[in-house]
Design a protein around this ligand. Sequence first.
Ligand code: HH2
Length: 280
Amino acid sequence: MQWRIGNRTLDLSQRGLIMGIVNVTPDSFSDGGRFADPGRAVEHALALEAQGAGILDIGGESTRPGAEPVPEAEELRRVLPVLRGLRGQSRTLISIDTMKASVARAALDAGADIINDVTGLRGDAAMARVVAATECGVVAMHMTGTPMTMQTDPRYEDVVAEVSSSLLERIRLLGHAGISADRIVLDPGFGFGKTLEHNLQLLRSLPSLVALGRPLLVGLSRKSMIGRVLGSDRLEDRRWPTVALTAYAREKGARIMRVHEVRPNVESLRMMEAILGVRD
Ligand code: HH2
């Protein structure tokens, strides 16, 4: 339950933490365009920090189903001013949500601490090398296919077993590439090449994913699976179920929740940790 990030070691054996999402994109599924201006994005990130975010996750490319890839130069144009602006004003851990090695490299140079790659460092052949050359933290997420194709017709014989073995395989291969397991946090990738039923099965089986031996991060915030359960297309209707899922996921052993709205999720996490008897 220790996560090594540069010269820091996060002890997640007791308290979990909230990762606040800062999407510097025109087209993210739930907040596209709201923080596309760098000044507004930095302001938003600082507000999330003030609300208790332990990590700020900056992303310049939407990964919503069917999203068109963003050219490297455009992604850099979006995220670098935000990373630089934020690093100058904040000591909170910063992650960069990218699938591109070149963007990861530039982000680390600009002061990012963690690479959050939804492809599990499979998308860009140079990514593992960039990560291995530094001591940054890594979020390795499971995804079947690419954002363009992933929701077409996802199939698994046993989604929990397949996601688990794929994540273990990532740890093994990243180890060969020079990235030690203590730098890696795992994420089952809710909504990435998964139907509602797959997502629900993974949620039921969170303890077995925690048992893989690395801290578990979950990204459930405002995801369409919530809308499907509720039979509603309204994004507002996904806010409170997200907060409920934060408590649920912590009770099942997940330690990091990636969310859009930090304050209510921090409160939900703290309440669950009080019930669990977690000490400081
Ligand atoms: N989900 C999204 C993006 N990045 N990273 C991790 N590790 N886990 C996730 O579940 C995850 C992620 C999608 O959410 P969002 O950033 O709100 O949307 P978009 O990709 O449209 O910007």
